[in-house]
Design a binder for this molecule. Structure first.
Ligand code: HEM
Length: 403
């Protein structure tokens, strides 16, 4: 009997699952995920529409459905009436509280109200006004390592770049960047729970204090907007303010850093694509879309609570790598047409920060390609990548011929 069959034999399956629909795949610990998470899950993509994964416990209970096709992914993400977002992320539980991340963990109609309130903050116009700051930060970080002939990309650029953009967005002092980097790392990557809790608490306390300061003396920044915003003629509650500020912190850091890690690793391994983009910078925005499809790093969760109460994991990469929706899905086709990928999810929760994220990614690629000669993986350096809720890159040693 195979290991998987033996495992299935010991399972108590819920009534809506038949044994042939079970597939135990550990998105965090499967050894293949540590080599290339996307190639590992591409084997699951498009297979049978969905499988029951007993190893996923996120929303309580013993297992979750995992969608494997683009069509089902689109259906589930676009039906919040059938598939709820409540309670998916669990950050407030870490600090012993129960507020929702807003708007991520809300369903319509409350979700719609908050999206209307928050959309203008990260609209294309708002992002346009942020672009000079985004660009000068990218240049500063690149210039610090350009002459060195190499760097550990995640420490030099991948992580600090989105953190400092978040600081600009929220109106936070640049000298707190190192502290925020440490909190972000501990919250999302520490293995010990007390370290995670300490970081979650420090972030909560800092955001509470910031909210109080901006309430007393508003300035022209996003935090002041949120603490003074009105919904249905009332001020937002403290829990609502915290849910919004916290989501802006966790939503735009690891996602951008991880995407950058995979994009730069891919380009390091494909110097001809670097050459093409260097010669044709106008191709970069479309190339970023394709890289977002090929490396869709986020997994989101829904709870179906109609006739059965059951969790659904929507691994965005599975939708983005479905061969029925994308020709040669594992190939990076820099000018791919009709690229309706799931990198930013789909439906009402489509990433609120997508315009900013795209701008960060386009600026990062554009400035690196313009300033640094062809980069490659440093020979002999280990590649450290991981699966999990946000697929990521831990270390990425790059080198180039310094002038
Ligand atoms: C490459 C970078 C990014 C990726 C891959 C990404 C991905 C996603 C995904 C997949 C969702 C949908 C969650 C769901 O369907 O439940 C989402 C939602 C969200 N993202 Fe992003 N994100 C990125 C960057 C950002 C940035 C820079 C910000 C803000 C500063 C941001 C803010 C948000 C917010 C507020 C939501 C909640 C939207 C809602 O629930 O209506 N994201 N993101």
């Amino acid at each position: 009997m195979s290991q998987e069959a033996a495992f299935q034999d010991t399972l108590q399956l819920p009534g809506h699952v038949s044994p042939d629909q079970v597939r135990a795949f550990d998105f965090s610990a499967d050894p293949e995920m540590a080599r290339c998470p996307f190639a590992a899950i591409a084997r699951l993509s498009g297979e049978s529409g969905a499988f029951w994964n007993p190893t996923l416990q996120r929303l309580g209970g013993g297992g979750m459905w995992v969608l494997t096709s683009a069509e089902d992914t689109r259906f589930v993400l676009n039906r919040p009436d059938l598939f709820s977002s409540k309670g998916g992320a669990g950050f407030s539980a870490l600090v012993g509280e129960s507020w929702d991340l807003i708007p991520l963990e809300l369903d319509p109609p409350a979700h719609t109200q908050f999206r209307q309130l928050l959309n203008p903050l990260l609209s294309p116009g708002a992002v346009g006004r942020m672009t000079p700051g985004v660009t000068s930060r990218a240049i500063e970080l690149i210039e610090a390592v350009r002459g060195e002939g190499g760097c550990e990309f995640m420490a030099a650029f991948g992580r600090p770049f989105p953190v400092s953009i978040f600081m600009q967005l929220m109106g936070l002092p640049a000298e707190k960047t190192e502290t925020f980097l440490d909190w972000e790392f501990d919250l999302l990557h520490a293995r010990e729970i007390p370290t995670k809790i300490a970081a979650a608490t420090a972030i909560r306390d800092y955001l509470l204090q910031l909210a109080a300061e901006r309430r007393a003396a508003p300035v022209d920044d996003l935090t002041s907007f949120v603490v003074n915003a009105e919904l249905d003629g009332r001020r937002l509650t403290d829990d609502e303010v915290m849910g919004i500020l916290y989501l802006l912190f966790v939503g735009g850091l690891d996602t951008v850093a991880s995407s950058l890690g995979f994009f730069f690793r891919h380009l390091a391994e494909n110097p001809e694509q670097q050459r093409l983009l260097r010669a044709n910078p106008a191709m970069i925005p479309r190339a970023v879309e394709e890289l977002l499809r090929r490396f869709s790093v986020v997994t989101v969760h829904r709870r179906c609570n109609t006739d059965v109460d059951v969790g659904v994991a929507v691994v965005c990469a599975l939708g983005s790598l479905d061969p029925a929706a994308f020709d040669k899905p594992l190939d990076v086709v820099l000018d791919r047409k009709d690229n309706r990928h799931f990198g930013f999810s789909y439906g009402p929760h489509f990433c609120l920060g997508s315009h900013l994220a795209r701008r960060e990614l386009v600026v990062a690629l554009g400035e690196w390609l313009a300033r640094v000669p062809t980069w490659r993986l440093k020979s002999g350096a280990p590649l450290e990548v991981h699966g999990g809720g946000v697929f990521g890159v831990e270390h990425l040693e790059l080198e180039w011929d310094a002038a």
